[in-house]
Design a protein around this ligand. Structure first.
Ligand code: PHB
Length: 395
């Protein structure tokens, strides 16, 4: 009843505006046309499967709610960002300027995200980050129209060090790709591990997206640390796990990582992944009804098993649904839209989470171990973990 009255009032307002010659085309589109949703994700390269999982998750959330947003149909647009930072701004503008999307969903790679962040801040387009953890997006460069549904790069690794110390790993080598995600994951690891009393004896790295690990693995063997901790993701993570075992390190020097290391790669990695301990805001093995339902629907719809990226895409859909419902599809009502999204509690397969003031999830981190191609939960590594949001001023 209320919504019907609202529709009638709105049409009356539009007719009124038309008769006074004030009917702007954008207003008509915003009130009655399709919501234009743009995916800017990697569909090629080492993160290709991550992009697909995010899009799948997002579509699943929307389809479970009848395929609409706040009562409006949706039109999707797609750009393959290739995880290429130098094309970040240009690609974001394809969606924002050319396709005139109402919402930009993207992306995976932290460097590319910086391009999206610039376009989001310059144009005010609603930007939903379904993965990339670059700190600045919800710290110094935070913005009212930017919301992240994933993590900051240091969130998962902050909880890792204590778990390592608890298992007697007092001296560790860190290894990663040298770019924002790896560097910031290291920041979190260093903080947590040194606070727990651990010593980092060497930091190793290689440029993204290289996968020539051999020389670095030889160096690790020579250094003989108690453990190795790392950040890798996507296709490269599977290769790292296999190369680590092939180099004879598995079983000798325990391998730890932020949980991306073992997400979506367990089929490809096989037994080489067994025993790897990670921290992450999700586990396929979470024994909740919510997770069970999600996994079932995802598997039925896409004939594939979901991973953390699918969950993040799904939660991005859930967040947008909550916002769009609160403004009955009028995404131009930005104050009310943002307020609803800021106050949202997301009933996620990962467990319920809320938005921090700087628009990043406040969420539990699980401690997991790989057993038989599954990330088994062996504990909670951190409860309701929030990023500092340092330097964020919403203006
Ligand atoms: C990132 O670049 O921020 C990134 C990429 C892949 C991940 C996590 C973070 O799995």
């Amino acid at each position: 009843m209320t919504s019907r009255r609202l529709v009638l009032t709105r049409s009356a307002a539009v007719i009124g505006a038309a008769s006074t010659g004030l009917l702007l085309p954008e207003i008509v589109r915003a009130q009655s046309g399709k919501v234009r949703v743009g995916f800017m994700l990697p569909y090629t390269g080492t993160f290709a499967q991550l992009g697909v999982a995010i899009e799948n998750g997002f579509r699943l959330a929307i389809n479970e709610q009848g395929g609409k947003l706040g009562g409006r149909e949706i039109e999707y647009f797609k750009v393959d960002d290739e995880s290429e930072p130098s094309k970040g701004i240009e690609n974001a503008n394809k969606l924002v300027q050319r396709d005139k999307v109402d919402v930009l969903v993207g992306t995976v790679h932290s460097g590319v995200q910086m391009g999206i962040q610039k376009v989001a801040r310059d144009t005010g387009v609603l930007s939903l980050i379904p993965n990339a953890g670059v700190h600045a997006a919800t710290r110094s460069l935070c913005a009212p129209n930017v919301f992240r549904t994933s993590f900051t790069n240091s969130q998962p690794t902050r909880a890792l060090g204590k778990a390592m110390m608890d298992r007697g790993a007092k001296k560790a080598v860190w290894i990663t790709w040298k770019y924002a995600a790896g560097d910031e994951a290291f920041e979190g690891f260093k903080e947590g591990y040194t606070a727990a009393g651990g010593t980092i004896i060497k930091e190793l790295g290689l440029p993204f997206p290289q996968v020539e690990f051999q020389a670095l693995l030889t160096e690790i063997a020579a250094l003989k640390p108690d453990a190795v901790a790392c950040f890798f993701a996507g296709g490269a993570a599977a290769k790292f796990i296999k190369d680590y075992a092939a180099a004879g390190l598995k079983g000798k020097i325990p391998l730890y990582g932020s949980g991306f290391l073992t997400e979506g790669v367990l089929e490809a990695a096989g037994p080489a992944a067994d025993g790897i301990i990670t921290t992450m805001h999700y586990s396929d093995a979470l024994a909740t009804e919510r997770n069970r339902q999600f996994r079932l629907n995802y598997a039925k719809t896409f004939k594939a098993q979901p991973d953390v990226y699918g969950v993040q895409g799904y939660d991005t859909g859930l967040l947008l649904i909550q916002g769009a419902n609160a403004v009955r599809g009028d995404l131009n009502n930005k104050a009310a839209l943002y307020k609803a999204m800021e106050g949202a509690t997301i009933d996620s397969p990962r467990g319920k989470w809320t938005m921090s003031k700087s628009h990043n999830p406040v969420q539990d981190m699980y401690l997991r171990v790989v057993e038989n191609k599954e990330n088994k939960v062996i504990g909670i590594a951190a409860k309701a973990l929030a990023d500092s949001g340092a330097g964020c001023k919403m203006v």
